[in-house]
Design a protein around this ligand. Structure first.
Ligand SMILES: [Ca+2]
Ligand SMILES: [Ca+2]
Ligand SMILES: [Ca+2]
Length: 101
């Protein structure tokens, strides 16, 4: 689903496109941000706080996508700019996928 060009790997653009859709779907009260309730367990309280760079208790789209980029980089230890199935199975890859579905 995330792998829109079907090459078997996920690049950052695909991850951010998927994350943007998740953000829009999760953002049910249309106030422009997602709070813990809207995130439905995708993020722990601690992770939400760490990603909430303006400390307003919620994540706006920019904060959400910045977190996706950060997790993408953490999940890409060979630094080739794509995540293959093997990389996605590691904890860092799985924590990225949580933000994409
Ligand atoms: Ca909201
Ligand atoms: Ca915020
Ligand atoms: Ca890689």
């Amino acid at each position: 689903m995330v792998d829109t060009d079907h090459d078997g790997t996920i690049d950052l653009a695909e991850a951010q496109a998927a994350a943007g859709k998740v953000f829009d779907a999760a953002e049910t009260d249309k106030d422009g941000t997602v709070d813990a309730k809207e995130l439905k367990g995708r993020l722990s309280k601690k992770d939400l706080k760490a990603a909430d760079t303006d400390s307003d208790g919620t994540l706006d789209r920019k904060e959400y996508l910045a977190l996706v980029e950060q997790r993408f980089k953490a999940a890409d230890p060979d630094n080739d700019g794509t995540l293959d199935a093997r990389e996605l199975k590691f904890p860092a890859g799985r924590s990225l996928l949580q933000l994409l579905k």
